[in-house]
Design a protein around this ligand. Structure first.
Ligand SMILES: NC(=O)c1ccc[n+]([C@@H]2O[C@H](COP(=O)([O-])OP(=O)(O)OC[C@H]3O[C@@H](n4cnc5c(N)ncnc54)[C@H](O)[C@@H]3O)[C@@H](O)[C@H]2O)c1
Length: 263
């Protein structure tokens, strides 16, 4: 894998999050040039603090739900001399963000249309707008690849009992957007096939992020590997999808979930 990313320019949304920041660190270590984007705030600042001095790193503020911002983003980035070979639709409202840390998720019956639509706007419409802009500015001009991010809860339902008594639940709109994003992948795969552009979905499993021992035990029982994963275990596969070695793959969903989806 080493050096396969050398000289490759990777554009990533939501780069300051748990997985995004891991991807950025690993991509830079593999020699990629990384164009990181995220909402302004503490995550963006931490990312710039960690990598701002590196020649292979650039940061741009970007709200993927804002059509005007998305419309101009590749022109700005390419105007600065960074032509993305890989575009990574990683940004998402993961639930915790929407509700605010510490505030519990609503029951389904209490889910507001506002929260539902806010989630769709970022996770699905945002990903669509990035893909559409990639079509306008990149696809057909040189070989490129788009990676959409789904979840183990895209094509499989959430196991609601594991959330009993937990400070968080599984948010209905989240899984819906993650199922939808693979629809975008398969639609685009055929649409772009003759224009040297591929598109795939990665579906990460349960990533450990300081969850309680009880939650780890419950979710671990649903996973063949018997445990949650580390962000680097998702990054291992992400690096492959970003590399030229994945050039013959298109329209696929790659599950990286310790076997969760296989039984
Ligand atoms: N962590 C997991 O267990 C897990 C599992 C499956 C899938 N995923 C997916 O992986 C991706 C990354 O997840 P994560 O765990 O790093 O989540 P995270 O919440 O840590 O990071 C999400 C990032 O998206 C950004 N974001 C939110 N709204 C945005 C907007 N409107 N515009 C631009 N950026 C925005 C946030 O600022 C944040 O940096 C997401 O698509 C998520 O759904 C995560």
């Amino acid at each position: 894998m080493t050096e396969q990313l050398t000289g490759r320019t990777i554009f990533i949304t939501g780069a300051g999050g748990v997985l995004g920041s891991t991807y950025v660190r690993r991509m830079l270590a593999e020699g990629a040039r990384v164009v990181a984007t995220d909402l302004p705030g503490a995550r963006a600042e931490a990312l710039q603090e960690a990598h701002g001095d590196k020649a292979g790193f650039r940061f741009y503020e970007l709200d993927v739900g804002d059509e005007a911002q998305v419309t101009g983003i590749f022109q700005r980035v390419m105007g600065d001399g960074w032509n993305p070979d890989v575009v990574l639709n990683n940004a998402a409202i993961t639930g915790e963000m929407l509700m605010g840390a510490g505030k519990s998720f609503p029951d389904f019956a209490d889910t507001s249309v506002e929260d539902w639509e806010k989630t769709l706007r970022t996770n699905l419409t945002g990903a669509f707008m990035i893909a559409r802009q990639m079509d306008r500015d990149i696809v057909g001009k040189y070989p490129s690849t788009l990676i959409n991010v789904a979840s183990m809860y895209a094509l499989n339902g959430a196991h609601h009992p594991i959330y009993d008594g937990m400070p968080f639940k599984n948010f209905s709109a989240y899984g819906v957007t993650k199922a939808g994003i693979h629809g975008l992948t398969v639609w685009l795969a055929g649409y772009w096939a003759q224009r040297q552009a591929t598109v795939n979905t990665i579906a990460p499993g349960a990533v450990f992020n300081n969850h309680s021992e009880e939650f780890q035990r419950r979710v671990g029982e649903l996973i063949m590997a018997g445990r949650m994963c580390q962000p680097d275990e998702i990054a291992d596969v992400m690096l492959f999808l970003c590399s030229p070695q994945s050039r013959y793959m298109t329209g696929q969903m790659v599950n990286v979930d310790g076997g969760f989806s296989a039984w």
